[in-house]
Design a protein around this ligand. Structure first.
Ligand SMILES: [Zn+2]
Length: 221
């Protein structure tokens, strides 16, 4: 579904199974953010094609982190043609404890090399400049993908609508999660696009959400 401008949203609405929200940035960017579990990628591609976006249009797959419900589906994209991105810290994590998480869920780590290692700072996708913000806490190499032109933040599982990412998985860290959320709160934002649950839009709603989390949830992290 087209949300606004070139941002498309594919929200996960099945409460009985785990998977993430996926997003697509169209225009000249053509980036899929968090493809989700491999088993649900055909369904995602079907929804995208109803919006006029074909699999062949996708030039980038940007992963906010390596957890299976976000990253596993990266394996279905042809690495000769598609740049699959993950932060370098998360690539390392996936070789150890992050990979063991897959076996906990009874699935295999995708057999692929991430061909687009991400570092903090500006990254140019198509004709747009985005910012990679390292945001550990939910996982060691989680990122926020910030799009200054749209004042939009793809924040993965760092922060949600009135909630925050779990810190009890391997590599989780509550103190770091708080720091990451504070750094997100300092961005100029009009749109928060999280990995689960609904989006948060509008400056005052976003500010209220940060306030609620910092005052109401931080004491328990
Ligand atoms: Zn998740």
């Amino acid at each position: 579904m087209k949300l606004k401008n070139d941002i498309y949203i594919y929200e996960w609405t099945n409460p009985f199974e785990n998977n993430c929200n996926s997003f697509f940035v169209g225009g000249n960017v053509n980036a899929l953010i968090d493809p989700g579990l491999t088993g649900y990628v055909p369904d995602l591609l079907g929804k995208m094609s109803a919006d006029g976006i074909n699999k062949e249009d996708i030039r980038y797959v940007i992963n906010t982190h390596s957890h299976p419900d976000h990253f596993e589906g990266s394996e279905v994209f042809d690495q000769e043609k598609v740049k699959v991105g993950l932060h370098t810290k998360e690539i390392e994590f996936l070789k150890g404890a992050g990979g063991e998480l897959y076996s906990l869920f009874g699935i295999n780590v995708p057999r692929m090399n991430v061909n687009f290692p991400l570092e903090e700072g500006d990254v140019v996708l198509g004709d747009q400049t985005f910012k990679i913000i390292l945001a550990p806490g939910h996982s060691p190499g989680s990122i926020g993908l910030y799009w200054p032109e749209q004042k939009a933040l793809f924040c993965g599982d760092v922060i949600f609508d009135q909630s925050v990412g779990r810190t009890d998985f391997p590599g989780g860290n509550g103190a770091l999660l708080k720091k990451s959320i504070i750094s997100f709160s300092e961005l100029y934002l009009e749109l928060i696009l999280p990995g689960h649950m609904g989006i948060v839009s509008g400056r005052s709603n976003i500010q209220n959400n940060f306030n609620f989390i910092i005052q109401g949830i931080f004491p328990y992290i």
